[in-house]
Design a protein around this ligand. Structure first.
Ligand code: UDX
Ligand code: UDX
Length: 458
């Protein structure tokens, strides 16, 4: 069968995999190939046990795989065949040299660009899917178009706004799709080709076009704004704990204001995930490099409040458990950075676990999807760490339960059974405010939630 377009995606991660599965499903007329340097990941994409957990993803992959969606490790062949190449390789925070700890590490991106150049015999459209610093497209164009042959690469920016756990829903029905290109004739033509892909299922008025820099910066800005809302509410949660105001009531009252809106106002132990911190630090670095130090400081404070919120959570546990957790068994309910995903990148649970281990607690981690990743993240800690899928088992003989991920399962547990199996006095620290605190208190627990007055029996 001949296909209308050959689309390649380099990078079969959280973004590349689901996005291409959706394009494949909605556009049977295109051949979509996903490649990755990681052989194991590609093998998993070809199997019944996909490398990532996302509601609805496996159904989508099953209907499209080997029809017009293919997974492969042959990156070179993929490049040769493709008309359009999405690049979705990772762009982590740089850990070395200039900009370490803030700037984006673009080595994989540049390596990929050179690989595209080395294997291309005709002109192609290159789509930036990875989140990149503003003006990266320019550098990429320079690398790609530095060849003497008569082929041209047009770099288009199409940032991904999907959130984990709802990736399939977000891809199927996005708030908007953003496509940025240079405003030359070639740029506009390339932009239109990408618009045409999404127009197969997304309403035309939701597909926004812009210049390439606006597109790159909009992605960083969107994540910075979302994270800023969480840090804003979390900063006030500390004030609520001092004043008997209740952060959920405040968030509700404030969020009803139509100019503010209710979403991303849920106080928590802190935000995690692969994007928020990375993208804000990246924004901070860019501002600093243009000498905009006030702007940089403003956004950096969003990350600082988040770190403080995580630290505060551990301190609160310590102070209330008589200033010591050494030798005490503590059950962590949840390790993923949010519910409905197995992803643990930048999860507050990681920080809390490390802090409790430093205090010599015995930490028992329970999570329905994230135990594999949790074990990998904590592989350097061999002692005082237990993993179990069963939350009842985790809580047994523990002094405290700390809820770190808002999994629905945790709301539905039999807390009388849990209380009776724990050491007394029993503590609950609800880092996600998902439990019925009054009921737990009446049952006999000492309850500490985020942004609420503590409920204790002593
Ligand atoms: C990536 C970027 O990190 C993020 O900035 C952007 O917003 C979306 O794309 P994600 O899909 O979550 O995010 O990353 P990850 O799950 O780590 O996947 C990246 C994949 O690229 C990995 O499977 C990795 O093996 C692959 N890769 C990396 C290559 O195929 N080639 C390389 O040279 C480097
Ligand atoms: C985010 C963006 O939403 C998405 O558009 C972008 O492409 C990638 O980054 P994601 O990291 O999957 O997506 O998760 P998100 O739902 O935004 O949550 C991020 C973190 O904030 C989680 O740890 C979550 O628990 C926390 N959060 C979110 C809160 O603590 N309170 C809230 O009200 C909302």
């Amino acid at each position: 069968m001949t296909f209308e377009k050959n689309i390649l995606c380099i990078g079969a991660g959280y973004v590349g995999g689901p996005t291409m599965a959706m394009i494949g499903a909605k556009c049977p007329q295109y051949k979509v190939t996903v490649v990755d340097i990681d052989m194991n990941k590609i093998a998993a994409w070809k199997s019944d046990s996909l490398p990532i957990y996302e509601p609805g993803l496996s159904e989508l992959v099953k209907t499209t795989r080997d029809r017009n969606l293919f997974f492969s490790t042959d990156i070179e062949a993929g490049i040769r065949e493709a008309n359009i190449i999405f690049v979705s390789v990772n762009t982590p925070t740089k850990t070395f040299g200039q900009g370490a700890g803030k700037a984006a590490d673009l080595q994989y991106w540049e390596k990929t660009a050179r690989q595209i150049l080395a294997n291309s015999k005709d002109s192609k459209i290159i789509v930036e899917k990875s989140t990149l610093p503003v003006r990266t497209a320019k550098a990429m164009e320079r690398i790609l178009n530095g060849n003497s042959e008569k082929i041209h690469f047009e770099v288009v920016s199409n940032p991904e706004f999907l959130a984990e756990g709802s990736a399939i829903k977000d891809l199927e029905n996005p708030d908007r799709v953003l496509i940025g290109s240079s405003e030359t004739e070639k740029g506009i033509r390339a932009r239109k080709e990408i618009v045409d892909i999404y127009a197969n299922w997304v309403a035309r008025e939701k597909i926004i076009e812009s210049n390439v820099w606006s597109s790159e910066l909009s992605k960083l800005t969107a994540n910075a704004f979302l994270a800023q809302r969480v840090s804003s509410i979390n900063s006030l949660s500390a004030l609520c704990e001092k004043t008997e105001a209740d952060i959920d009531e405040v968030a509700h009252a404030v969020g009803m204001e139509s100019r503010i809106g209710p979403r991303f106002l849920k106080a928590s132990v802190g935000f995690g995930g692969s994007c928020f911190k990375k993208d804000i630090l990246n924004l901070v670095y860019i501002c600093q490099s243009y000498g905009l130090n006030e702007v940089a400081d403003y956004w950096e404070s969003v990350v600082k409040i988040n770190e403080w919120q995580e630290k505060r959570f551990i301190q609160n546990m310590l102070i209330n458990m008589f200033n010591t957790v050494a030798g005490k068994r503590i059950a962590l309910f949840g390790f993923a950075f949010k519910a409905d995903t197995g992803d643990t990148r930048e999860s507050p649970a990681l920080y809390i676990t490390r802090g409790l281990l430093e205090e010599r607690a015995l930490v028992v981690i329970s999570d329905p999807e994230a135990l594999g990743n949790a074990k990998r993240d904590l592989k350097d800690f061999n002692e005082n760490l237990i993993f179990t899928e069963d939350p009842y088992e985790a809580a047994r003989e523990s002094h405290a339960v700390a809820v770190l991920t808002e999994w629905r399962q945790f709301k539905e547990l039999d807390y009388t059974r849990i209380l009776n199996s724990m050491c007394q006095p029993a503590f609950i620290f609800d880092g996600r405010n998902i439990l019925d605190h009054r009921r737990l208190f009446e049952m006999g627990f000492n309850v500490f939630a985020i942004g609420k007055a503590p409920l204790k029996h002593f």
